[in-house]
Design a protein around this ligand. Structure first.
Ligand code: GTP
Ligand code: MG
Ligand code: ZN
Length: 326
C-alpha cells in the first residue's frame, strides 16, 4: 500500500513541505478510536496519538484530526506511539452541524466523492435525500446518489422519475448491490486514486457496496427488519479502506453513529446520536413530541434510545431555541 494510492500527490506534498517541521513524515488517518488513531505512512500502518498542543489549539472539535485527514507525524521513539503534529488543510470536510449543536462534528475529511445510498424499499425518502445532498454540497465533495435495492423497488418507474427531479445537481445510479454489477457501475469514481465516502440510513447497503468495490469482505453486513426496511446499525465505526487498484473508500455507520465522538470532552452536552436519529423525522422542525412520523420517538418505542435521553434532548433543544431568540 502506498500513500499515492490513498490520494497523496504534489499538492499535498507542497502543503507538507511548507509546514517546515523537522523529523516528521506524511501519513493519512484511516481509523479513529477512543484512545488512538490508525494511520498509514509511506511504508507502514501505525498507531498514533496527537500532540497536546494540537488538541489545545483547535478552535472547535471538527478541527481535530479525523478519518481521512492527511497529517504530519513524528515516528515513534522506542515503544511509544507515533505522534500527529499537524493536520494538512482539507480539500473537503463532511461536517454534521445539527440545529442546537454547538460542536460541529467531522464525519470525513478529504473525501472527493460521497455516495448517498438510499434503498428503493422502505428506506426511500426524498426529503431525507435532500438533506444529505445539502450536507455533501456544503462539504466541498461531489455527491453521487446510489438508489440501491432495485430488486425490492415498490414502484421503480415513479421512484426513478422522482429521483431525476431531486437529483438535478448530482449523478444518480440505480442498482442492486446484492445482485447487480456494483464495480461496473461505481468503480469509475475511484479514477485518479480518489477517495469515496459513503453515507445513508442503516441498512441501505453501504457496507455491501463497500465490500463489492473492495473485492473483499472488509465489512460485516446484516439483514434489515422486514416490516420497515430499517437496518440494525451493523457498522459502528468510520473506517477508510484502501483499494488494491488505487483509491480509498470510507464506510460509515448509519444514523446514530456518532456516539464514538461523545467521549472527546464534556464541555457541551452532546446529542449527536439523537440528532442523527432526528434526520429521519418527517418534519425538519420536528420537536419530537407528538408529531407524526417522529424517528426519535420511534427509536424510544423500539428500545433503541433511552426515554430519558429523549427528554433531555427536548429540554436542551428548547433551551437552545430560547437562547437564539434573544
Ligand atoms: N435485496 C437486496 N438486499 C440488499 C441489497 N443491498 C444490500 N442488501 C442487504 O441489505 C442488508 C443491509 O446491508 P448493509 O450493507 O449491512 O447496510 P449498511 O448500510 O451498511 O447498514 P449499517 O452498517 O447498519 O449502517 C444486508 O442484508 C444486505 O445484503 C440489494 O440491492 N438488494
Ligand atoms: Mg454497514
Ligand atoms: Zn421527531
Amino acid at each position: 500500500m502506498t500513500l499515492a494510492a490513498l490520494g497523496w500527490n504534489e499538492r499535498w506534498q507542497k502543503h507538507f513541505d511548507s509546514l517546515g517541521i523537522d523529523g516528521v513524515v506524511a501519513a493519512r488517518v484511516i481509523g479513529e478510536h477512543r484512545t488512538h488513531f490508525e494511520i498509514v505512512t509511506a511504508d507502514a500502518t501505525l498507531t498514533a496519538v496527537m500532540t497536546g498542543r494540537l488538541r489545545n489549539a483547535q478552535k472547535q472539535r471538527s478541527d481535530l484530526p479525523g478519518v481521512g485527514d492527511f497529517v504530519a507525524v513524528r515516528p515513534a521513539e522506542g515503544d511509544g506511539p507515533a505522534v500527529i503534529e499537524a493536520v494538512l488543510p482539507r480539500t473537503s470536510a463532511l461536517i454534521r452541524k445539527a440545529a442546537g449543536e454547538r460542536r460541529p462534528q467531522l464525519l470525513a475529511a478529504n473525501v472527493d466523492v460521497v455516495f448517498i445510498v438510499m434503498g428503493l424499499d422502505g428506506d426511500f425518502n426524498l426529503a431525507r435525500l435532500q438533506r444529505y445532498l445539502d450536507l455533501v454540497h456544503s462539504s466541498g465533495a461531489d455527491a453521487v446518489i446510489v438508489a440501491n435495492k432495485v430488486d425490492l423497488a415498490s414502484d421503480l418507474d415513479a421512484q426513478l422519475a422522482a429521483l431525476a427531479v431531486t437529483a438535478v445537481a448530482a449523478p444518480f445510479h440505480a442498482l442492486s448491490a446484492r445482485h447487480g454489477d456494483v464495480v461496473g457501475t461505481l468503480a469509475r469514481y475511484f479514477d485518479g486514486n480518489r477517495t469515496i465516502g459513503i453515507i445513508g440510513s442503516s441498512g441501505a447497503g453501504k457496507s455491501t457496496i463497500t465490500n463489492k468495490l473492495l473485492g473483499r469482505d472488509a465489512q460485516a453486513t446484516q439483514a434489515v427488519r422486514d416490516a420497515d426496511s430499517r437496518g440494525r446499525h451493523t457498522t459502528t465505526h468510520r473506517q477508510l479502506f484502501v483499494r488494491d487498484r488505487g483509491g480509498a473508500i470510507m464506510d460509515t455507520p448509519g444514523m446514530r453513529e456518532l456516539e464514538v465522538w461523545a467521549s472527546e470532552d464534556s464541555i457541551a452536552p452532546d446529542f449527536a446520536d439523537v440528532e442523527a436519529l432526528a434526520l429521519d423525522c418527517r418534519f425538519r422542525d420536528c420537536r419530537h413530541g407528538s408529531e407524526p412520523a417522529c424517528a426519535v420517538r420511534a427509536a424510544v418505542d423500539a428500545g433503541m434510545l433511552d426515554a430519558g435521553r429523549r427528554a433531555a434532548f427536548i429540554a436542551h433543544a428548547t433551551a437552545e431555541r430560547q437562547k437564539n431568540r434573544y
